[in-house]
Design a protein around this ligand. Structure first.
Ligand SMILES: Nc1ncnc2c1ncn2[C@@H]1O[C@H](COP(=O)(O)OP(=O)(O)OP(=O)(O)O)[C@@H](O)[C@H]1O
Length: 647
């Protein structure tokens, strides 16, 4: 594997081989928009297919597809119009914009790094000393300040809590630590809130305001009743959706990790707030994860602790079983697609950081050359969204539970004298009646007391004026009730996957250069996720070779196994292997003289460069079986001796 990751070389490979590129680049491009080429788009599709199998099918979820353009009323109700913001500041002279927390983070990290190099240069030891000697790229920057232990500790504490600060706090940090635009050294303005949604208007009049959705979740919530009915009113259950979301990011500078248009895969798991256990919890309980709890971060540290999910739930570090269950399933999914488990951690949100709708939230963060980045958010959104949409629309978004033992109870109820009540309040009668019926028991008890003692009372019912009620219009009586159905608003546990971020992390984790030749880059995609599964290489030309080539590719392709032919006879076989290793193709079948004479081909595995030789159809079946997860290269080696390695 490569010793030092060189992002510039890595990114140039991705662009050169058209994995993905900035959109509209022949027009100069727009930050935060990307087009995926033949490898990137199929890699994304395979990732989604594995996600679908792992979650939607294995967990029996209800997948749906919703509209992207969303009326503003929906997003006002969900809180996005008011609160879906990040803090932005500007260079006071050039007007360059920054996301305030990212600016602070970048500068403090840079100061710590420079101080470390400067200390090493001064002591004549370590990388800093080497760099100082060599000069050039990566040398100790001029003017690098050696930080005192105290200042460095303070910086570390700020960094550990960077997601927890509001705009005012970020403004204070910017002032106190003299954070400036690193390119110009100019001061920056106070942070201001910037809403990340792209707005638009729906229809020609311009009267109906809309937004491009910033998440897929709302389309699922507004359809809750239909989903619940589709599920035969059984709880708990989950809906799921894969689709594009849009966020007008302030300053997208980290490739696919922060873009303005991206694919999300979101699960909304609806659960009874009183029963947040999960039927399949036992299956994940023993899995150990690297946890970074809020408490640890708030103490200024970012040291993770490895613990079983069972222990984390028992100790209440993770709020409930369902949340723990999904953390386990997220881990299994990421491991399955090829994410390096040593570069995966689960970080809990700190109190201020939590989204406006969440009560507990964990992010699956993956480490890449950009540091630790949230790739999956797993939030307990409580009953926030369903309650808000139900209040706004008057549509009941509740679940019902048949009670085995009915609840019997006494309650105060309003009994109206309709003959007098209507004529007395005229057009306001219905409104007043409804307001009285909606009053909590304590208030009804107070009104009853006054009516019983004074025969009248003045009630403030949330209407413009208090209402004078007399005992001839209304009596409040204690009645006995029997309830055999319990109605409740489900809580929602939401695992939310950013497909582009996972894909980018997977690219970095899969990338390496051959130990004997750093110019030969390889993507070690596993056979399930790899966009192209098999390379077919004819070493010679002619009708006999073409017939074998056609047979192999046709059989593979009709079995759903993507095969690529590289028949450029001008290139050596080594060259052809190398340029296809760069596309991450796990297997290569080579057709040579022995294919024509004895119907034999060789099969090469990408990472080990080991080869076996066997009959054409045997080899084709080996590839199909591995791609379908029915066997592995290791299994194959048990029954087939390897030829000498090609590399
Ligand atoms: N601008 C973006 N570009 C790519 N993926 C994104 C972006 N914003 C969010 N995501 C993905 O969507 C998932 C769920 O979104 P969520 O609202 O939890 O992100 P977020 O907390 O706003 O992310 P961040 O704090 O990094 O901006 C994230 O885990 C991430 O994978």
């Amino acid at each position: 594997m490569t010793k030092e990751f060189d992002r510039a070389v890595f990114e140039s490979t991705l662009t050169k081989r058209f994995f993905y590129v900035p959109s509209f680049s022949i027009y100069g491009g727009v930050a935060g928009l990307y087009d995926y080429g033949p490898i990137g788009s199929v890699l994304q599709q395979n990732l989604i297919n594995i996600w679908r199998k792992h979650f939607v099918i294995e967990e029996d979820m209800l997948e749906m597809d919703g509209a992207i353009i969303t009326p503003s009323e929906v997003l006002k109700t969900s809180g996005h119009v008011e609160k879906f913001t990040d803090y932005m500041c500007r260079d006071v002279k050039t007007n360059e914009v920054f996301r305030a927390d990212h600016l602070v983070e970048g500068i403090l990290e840079m100061r710590i790094e420079e101080s470390k190099l400067a200390k090493q240069a001064a002591s004549g030891e370590g990388a800093g000393a080497e760099k100082a000697k060599k000069g050039g790229k990566g040398k100790v920057p001029k003017g690098a300040v050696v930080l005192s232990e105290e200042v460095e500790k303070k910086y570390e504490e700020i960094l550990a809590q960077i997601d927890n600060f509001n705009g005012d706090q970020l403004g204070e940090i910017i002032k106190e630590y003299e954070i400036r635009n690193p390119a110009t050294n100019n001061e920056v303005t106070e942070p201001v809130a910037f809403n990340l949604m792209f707005d638009s208007s729906i229809g020609p009049t311009g009267n109906l305001k809309g937004y491009l959705r910033p998440e897929t979740a709302q389309a699922q919530f507004v359809n809750f009743q239909r989903l619940y009915e589709f599920n035969n009113k059984k709880m708990p259950f989950a809906s799921a959706m894969v689709g594009k979301s849009f966020r007008n990011e302030i300053s997208p500078r980290a490739g696919l990790l922060r873009v303005r248009e991206f694919t999300m895969a979101e699960i909304e798991h609806y659960v009874d707030p009183l029963k947040k256990d999960h039927p399949k919890y036992e299956e994940v309980k023993e899995i150990h994860l690297n946890f970074l709890p809020a408490e640890v971060q708030e103490s200024g540290s970012s040291t993770t602790v490895s613990m079983s999910i069972g222990e984390a739930v028992e100790k209440k570090i993770v709020n409930n079983q369902t949340l723990g269950y999904f953390l386990g399933r997220i881990y299994l999914f990421l491991a399955k697609i090829g994410i390096d488990e040593t570069r995966l951690r689960f970080r809990q949100h700190m109190s201020n950081e939590m989204a406006h709708y969440a009560t507990d939230c964990w992010d699956a963060e993956i480490k890449s050359s950009y540091g630790w980045v949230e790739c999956v958010g797993c939030a307990d959104r409580s009953a926030y969204d369903l309650t808000a949409h139900s209040r706004r629309t008057g549509v009941n978004l509740c679940a019902q539970e048949e009670l085995e033992i009915p609840i019997v109870y006494d309650a105060l109820v309003c009994v109206f004298n309709k003959r007098l009540f209507g004529p007395k309040f005229k057009q306001n009668a219905k409104k007043i009646q409804e307001a009285l019926e909606a009053l909590p028991q304590e208030q009804l008890a107070e009104i009853k007391k006054e009516l019983d003692s004074a025969g009248k009372c003045s009630a403030s019912l949330g209407l413009p004026e208090p209402v004078e009620i007399t005992s001839d219009l209304l009596t409040i009586e204690m009645q006995n009730f029997k309830k055999s159905v319990r109605e409740y608003t489900p809580n929602v546990i939401e695992p939310s996957f950013g497909i582009g971020r996972i894909l980018y992390s997977l690219l970095e984790h899969s990338y390496y250069t051959r130990p004997d030749d750093a110019s030969r880059t390889v993507f070690a995609f596993n056979p399930q996720i790899s966009p192209i599964k098999c390379l077919v290489l004819p070493l010679l030309t002619g009708p006999a070779f073409s017939a074998s080539l056609n047979h192999i590719t046709k059989t593979l392709r009709s079995a759903g196994v993507a095969a690529r032919i590289d028949d450029a006879s001008s290139a050596s076989i080594g060259r052809r292997y190398a340029r296809n290793d760069e596309l991450g193709i796990p297997f290569a079948i080579t057709i040579d003289q022995l294919t024509v004479s004895e119907n034999l081909v060789t099969l090469r595995e990408r990472d080990s460069c080991q080869q076996i030789r066997a009959n054409v159809d045997t080899i084709i079946n080996i590839v199909i079986d591995i791609v379908n997860g029915k066997s592995s290269w290791e299994d194959v080696l048990k029954s087939h001796p390897t030829l000498s390695s090609d590399s």
